[in-house]
Design a protein around this ligand. Structure first.
Ligand SMILES: Nc1ncnc2c1ncn2[C@@H]1O[C@H](COP(=O)(O)OP(=O)(O)OP(=O)(O)O)[C@@H](O)[C@H]1O
Ligand SMILES: O=P(O)(O)OC[C@H]1O[C@H](OP(=O)(O)OP(=O)(O)O)[C@H](O)[C@@H]1O
Ligand SMILES: [Mg+2]
Length: 283
């Protein structure tokens, strides 16, 4: 039987979440720090552990069939791959940032200035689109210290909490792109039955993460009022309780409006609300 290969980051910000996602998909594999390739024992798949920069090209060239990598790295490497699924982790933004007292107020003020970055391809395109002629200084890391060392007037680097910018006396100035981890595949792999199966598993895990399973008790006479608050997957499951005139309602609630929904349910007469995490939702 054919075996697929999926490339994930060996160590770094995406490693743990990528491993967790694959394990939650029911895939069983060893994750030793020393292993660069790990077979999955219960699915025809091998996991390659790589530097994230190499993943897009490995996938484009078919050395790996699938990969998990940040959109920032895909754009920087300018590869032709299929975007299969956004994964909801590794969220960050590529931003231009300037020293606190730099005298730079608008993008046009960057004309003739130097910008340090590890993302020269994305930055070049951004500057061209905005008609800015600045010098790009490509460095491979610790970009935030370059203005302080007199190496550049500004920087372009990834930001999530903004803590690294702040501790280096920099302020975010403009958004170049937003990024998150995505599942990519070599062109054409989206038709492959094993890939389709894997994407379905990934989607069922992601769906479950976005929702909570809720069980509550309600007086039968108030059921109509709360049913309109509960979209559920189809309609909520309603089970009679031993106490006359009362029912238990089982449903799912999206994580994003969880607390407001719970308040509305309580206001509509819900009692004994029990909330549980969901492992998978298969449609
Ligand atoms: N501060 C951040 N918050 C959230 N996600 C981030 C952050 N920084 C980077 N990322 C995302 O995680 C990816 C991996 O980041 P990491 O810093 O581990 O890369 P790296 O040092 O290039 O790793 P490698 O050794 O694999 O080359 C980035 O390409 C980006 O998509
Ligand atoms: O906004 P913050 O939450 O402070 O995150 C931003 C930092 O995170 C990334 O580096 P990382 O810590 O992954 O180290 P690296 O440069 O070695 O990749 C990025 O290059 C920034 O330096
Ligand atoms: Mg890297």
């Amino acid at each position: 039987m054919k075996t697929l290969k999926i490339a994930i980051q060996k160590s770094g910000r995406l490693n743990e979440k990528s491993v967790e996602l694959l394990k939650n998909c029911g895939l069983s594999f060893e994750n030793y720090k020393s292993s660069l390739i790990s077979p999955v024992s219960n699915f025809p798949l091998e996991i390659l552990f790589l530097r994230d920069d190499d993943i897009p090209e490995y996938v484009q060239d078919g050395i790996a069939d699938l990969g998990i990598v940040g959109e920032n790295v895909i754009n920087e490497t300018e590869v032709e791959v299929a975007y299969l699924q956004k994964l909801g982790f590794g969220k960050c933004s590529l931003k231009l940032a300037i020293p606190n007292k730099g005298g730079i107020e608008a993008l046009a003020d960057l004309n003739g200035k130097s910008i340090a970055t590890s993302y020269p391809v994305i930055l070049r395109k951004f500057l061209e689109q905005n008609g800015v002629a600045a010098e790009i200084r490509t460095i491979s890391g610790s970009v935030e210290i370059s203005p302080g060392l007199g190496l550049s007037d500004a920087i372009c680097d990834l930001v999530s909490t903004g803590g690294t910018l702040k501790s280096n006396g920099l302020i975010p100035f403009a958004d170049v792109m937003h990024s998150e981890a995505v599942l990519i595949g070599r062109k054409g792999i989206e038709e492959d039955p094993l890939t389709i199966e894997l994407i379905q598993r990934v989607q069922s895990v992601l769906r479950a993460k976005e929702t909570k399973y809720v069980v509550l008790n309600i007086e039968q006479k108030n059921l109509g009022a709360i049913e309109s608050l509960l979209p559920g997957i189809k309609s909520p499951t309603v089970v009679p309780l031993a106490e006359e005139g009362w029912v238990a309602v089982h449903t799912v609630i999206p994580e994003k409006d969880f607390w407001s929904k719970i308040s509305q349910l309580k206001a509509a007469g819900a009692q004994g609300i029990v909330v549980m995490p969901i492992e998978k939702i298969i449609l």
